[in-house]
Design a protein around this ligand. Structure first.
Ligand SMILES: Nc1ncnc2c1ncn2[C@@H]1O[C@H](COP(=O)(O)OP(=O)(O)OP(=O)(O)O)[C@@H](O)[C@H]1O
Ligand SMILES: [Mg+2]
Length: 327
């Protein structure tokens, strides 16, 4: 491949998100806007998507996500970005219905054939999700960016909120971690990690369906703030403490080696700095903490409950004064 897409990105995938503390500061003013009763999920708890009731038994789910290239292959990047954008609908328990492309492209430096591959990847994944891809918006941009705005539907009585967790419930994770360190290694060396690409392009659809069917009321997806960051948000919003068994957390092959070889992202360190004062990490090594804070792209669902095929990584307990305790 002559053009390495990741070389045009200052940071890759969900690791290019604004750091969590800064994001909460900039959106806090918006959350103070008076809220209509039909806005079932708004900005209050920083949940995965907005949910608006439009009929007694029907609500819309709306979300958007886009980011810089996370892999060099344009088709794979398109698939990953689309799976990631759809994921926020699944994380609420919804069904995606229509998606619009969001595209930034440095038209002077990168050939248009590459964009066609990116968009083909996005189209294939939205089609797999049974979601229409029916438009978009494109700008000339020094840095390539791609993602989707997605609208879906949801049963208002079966929303999985990040604030819906209760003590005594197990915590499950549906995809392995380590995507951030492996993407970082790929960007630095060009090595390809097919297992990581397979994980990132897998839809969270089946996991979400299983969770909704099991009556789960609390879930989120694990993306740029890492497992520790998203678990911190979930526990804080739910008013509980999340206990994690570090040894039970699954990783993609090669993740530990990538950490050992120094391919940790700035995002992982920022995530860790953000949660450090609220999280008890005394039982694990600094390296293990970095892996748990590793910024994921198109990661799995973190579910307060159990579903077939997901790994139980801990449980929710009554609030101990800290949001997360790793043991
Ligand atoms: N510029 C913005 N204006 C208003 N709200 C925003 C803005 N950026 C983010 N948010 C909101 O802040 C919250 C956290 O955003 P964030 O992108 O971390 O979560 P997310 O949508 O679950 O993303 P993902 O799971 O893909 O990483 C969400 O409720 C999101 O809608
Ligand atoms: Mg999310």
């Amino acid at each position: 491949m002559t053009q390495r897409l990741t070389q045009y990105a200052h940071g890759g995938g969900c690791a290019c998100k604004l750091p969590p503390g800064e994001l909460e500061r900039v959106v806090s003013g918006l959350a103070r806007t008076p809220r209509d009763a039909d806005l079932l999920v708004g900005l209050d708890t920083g949940d995965d998507a907005a949910v608006v009731r439009i009929a007694p038994d029907l609500a819309l789910v709306a979300t958007t996500d886009f980011f810089t290239p996370v892999v060099d292959d344009p088709y794979d990047w398109g698939r990953i970005a689309a799976a990631n954008a759809l994921s926020d609908v699944y994380a609420m328990g919804g069904t995606p219905v229509v998606a619009l492309n969001l595209l930034g492209w440095p038209r002077d430096v990168l050939p248009l054939e590459l964009v066609e591959e990116v968009l083909r990847g996005g189209l294939d994944v939205t089609a797999e999700a049974g979601c229409h891809l029916a438009g978009g918006h494109s700008v000339d941009d020094p840095e390539p960016k791609y993602g989707l705005a997605v609208t879906g539907t949801i049963d208002p009585a079966r929303i999985m909120r990040n604030s819906g967790g209760t003590a005594g419930v197990p915590l499950s994770l549906t995809k392995p971690l380590g995507l951030g360190v492996l993407n970082n290694r790929h960007k630095a060396t060009g090595e390809v990690f097919p297992e990581a690409v397979a994980v990132m392009t897998t839809l969270n659809r089946d996991a979400a369906r299983a969770a909704v069917a099991a009556g789960v009321t609390c879930a989120t997806d694990v993306t740029g703030f890492g497992l520790l960051g998203h678990l911190h948000k979930l526990a804080r919003a739910s008013g509980v403490t999340a206990v994690v068994d570090a040894a039970a957390v699954p990783y993609v092959d090669g993740a530990r080696a990538a950490l050992r070889d120094g391919f940790i992202s700035g995002g992982a360190r920022r995530n860790l700095d953000w949660v450090r004062t609220s999280v008890d990490l005394d039982a694990i090594s600094p390296d293990e903490a970095l892996l748990l804070a590793d910024a994921q792209t198109s990661g799995g669902l973190l579910i307060a409950g159990e579903i077939p095929g997901a790994v139980v990584i801990g449980e929710l307990v009554p609030d101990t004064g800290q949001t997360v305790r790793v043991r």
